[in-house]
Design a protein around this ligand. Structure first.
Ligand code: TLP
Length: 355
């Protein structure tokens, strides 16, 4: 149907490494979207959404799933479903929920964030965690109600949480009778990097949010997964937040293609990220911890004293390469669908020239 249609994978001709959120839908996605059977999802009558939710639940081995417009709404509706006002949510001080979700759970759900120091490998110290999961017996304390983890870990540079660590956190949480929520925006990157089925990750958590619109290249959408009872609560929160969508099967159709066709190819993004990281490591004036380059995110520091990050990014931009600043002297470059090994080689040439 889309033969002859030119599918653009470049934004204004630039090689865009700012994020994997910039990915454009594949031709198969556009075709599936055009053909999607739709209905009113608030009535539960969109067959394509129902199919996507069932498919995801089976894949991640959870009882039920619900489609939400974004990762941010997925996390927020999940936190609202797990916790009430005055509840304490334990999370790492580098996690996306804490840094980049506009404080939603606090502003709209009255929750108290309890951030713990995050190690460079994305983990939290288990002794510290043990100390805070039981808070709430004393009247002074906001009761601990939820632990949030993130995998892969964005601000830590896309690192993958070890399965043994997930098991330990899960056991500790079960002892304290607390649920564990996983922000799995890039959970498939983690599974591919570990070489395991994604279920090996999700078995250690009670709820999980996954993004279809990052490396999997769907235009819109995230899913929240958990028990049937829990997902019914998330559905109510989604409605409250204005995320109850109608004929959104057009979105779900791309999501089905994402889960079907776009997971295995993430290995390509990881190889390209590795190539980029190895090249950057050889550029004098840049500092990079190669051990932390495990998936598609590449974090590095500008050590050149007279070159400010904004200047560096501006000079790249002039030469058709986009990267993002992460505060301080840190830069992030993300490989994804639409960025080839040749693109990475070109980016390295440009970086060498600029630095
Ligand atoms: N992350 C975006 C920006 O918001 C920083 C990016 O470019 O990486 N969890 C994690 C771990 C994420 O990285 C993101 C997006 C989200 C949640 C939120 O997803 P959306 O953007 O769909 O609300």
């Amino acid at each position: 149907m889309y033969e002859g249609l030119h599918i653009v994978h470049r934004h204004h001709g630039a090689i865009d490494l700012r994020s994997d959120t910039v990915t454009l839908p594949s031709p198969a996605m556009r075709e599936a979207m055009a053909r999607a059977e739709v209905g009113d999802d608030v009535y539960g009558e969109d067959p394509t959404i129902n199919r996507l939710e069932e498919m995801a639940a089976a894949l991640l081995d959870k009882e039920a799933a619900v489609l939400v417009p974004s990762g941010t709404m997925g996390n927020l509706s999940t936190l609202l479903a797990h916790c009430g006002r005055g509840d304490r949510v334990i999370m790492g001080d580098q996690c996306h929920i804490y840094w980049y979700e506009a404080g939603g759970a606090s502003a709209l759900g009255g929750m108290a964030y309890h951030p713990l120091a995050t190690a460079t490998d994305g983990t939290l110290d288990l002794d510290q965690l043990r100390d805070v999961v039981c808070l709430g017996d004393d009247q002074h304390e906001a009761p601990a109600s939820l632990i949030c983890l993130e995998n892969t870990h964005n601000r830590c540079g896309g690192v993958v949480l070890p399965l043994s660590y997930l098991a330990e956190v899960h056991a500790l949480a079960q002892d304290a009778m607390l649920p564990v929520h996983l922000d799995g925006a890039r959970i498939f990157n983690a599974a591919i990097a570990l070489g395991v089925h994604v279920r090996e990750i999700t078995r250690h958590v009670d709820s999980v949010q996954i993004c279809l619109s990052k490396g999997l290249a769907a235009p819109v959408g995230s899913l929240v997964l958990g028990t049937e009872r829990f997902i019914a609560r998330v559905r109510r929160m989604r409605k409250m937040l204005g995320g109850g969508m109608r004929q959104a099967g057009v979105i779900a159709a791309a999501g089905i293609v994402a889960l079907d066709q776009m997971v295995d190819r993430l290995a390509e993004d990881h190889a390209n990220a590795r190539m980029l990281a190895l090249g950057l490591a050889k550029v004098p004036g840049l500092r990079i911890d190669l051990e932390r380059v495990q998936t598609n995110l590449v974090r590095f520091e500008l050590d050149v004293t007279d070159l400010r990050v904004e200047e560096f990014l501006g000079r790249l931009r002039q030469r058709g390469v986009l990267m993002g600043g992460m505060g301080g002297r840190t830069v992030r470059a993300v490989t994804h669908y639409g960025v080839s090994a040749e693109d990475v080689a070109h980016v390295l040439d440009v970086v060498r020239e600029v630095v």
